[in-house]
Write a protein of this length. Structure first.
Length: 196
């Protein structure tokens, strides 16, 4: 699937902003259906930051629905349904920035040993999904960069996110997938939208 242009990325973030405002402020939003790229099925995560601090991050790792609908649903859930944070209030909207991560389809990493696994993950490029039984954890590519993690720490923190032991990635019973993301974000609430 092709990458989004900067104009498409900007439109995607604008849709997330319209959705966020529509939760609290009854605004007239544009018709999503006229934007053809928003009808393509893609994975997406919406990250909300209030005054620079993480306020919610929810999304769909797999392309299970049209991008426009996935953006709307992930924005609503990030604002109101992330169990780690209190729901946003109307007065928070003007202090909240939006970051969208448009994902590639996750691919399972085929590896013989831990050394090969580490070699097949690139910090700053790859996001990770680890799963074992019913436990699954996902971290976006930018999380490792933002925290200054190397590959081992990135794997450990993804395991932790899944509720597993941090060294569970050393266990061959674990499934590890990687994906990439195009990241579009606002530099300030309703400010310039750029690709990271």
């Amino acid at each position: 699937m092709s990458k989004l242009s900067i104009e498409q990325g900007q439109r995607a973030v604008e849709l997330a902003r319209e959705t966020l405002e529509d939760i609290f402020i009854d605004v007239e939003s544009d018709d999503v259906s006229k934007d053809g790229f928003l009808q393509e099925k893609r994975g997406v995560f919406t990250t909300l930051k209030k005054e620079g601090e993480l306020q919610g991050c929810i999304g769909f790792p797999k392309p299970v629905m049209e991008l426009g609908k996935a953006i709307e649903e992930s924005t609503i859930k990030a604002a109101t349904d992330d169990p780690r944070f209190k729901s946003l209030k109307e007065e928070d909207v003007k202090n909240t920035t939006i970051e969208l991560s448009i994902l590639t389809e996750p691919e399972e990493i085929d590896y013989e040993d831990n050394k090969e696994l580490l070699e097949k993950i690139e910090v700053g490029k790859d996001g990770l999904i680890v799963s074992s039984g019913f436990r699954t954890g996902l971290l976006l590519p930018q999380v490792a960069v933002d925290n200054g993690w190397d590959v081992e720490e990135f794997l450990s923190q993804t395991c932790r996110k899944a509720g597993l032991e941090e060294d569970a990635w050393r266990d061959r019973n674990l499934t590890v997938k990687k994906f990439q993301a195009q990241i579009f974000k606002e530099d300030s609430p309703e400010g310039e939208i750029y690709e990271e």
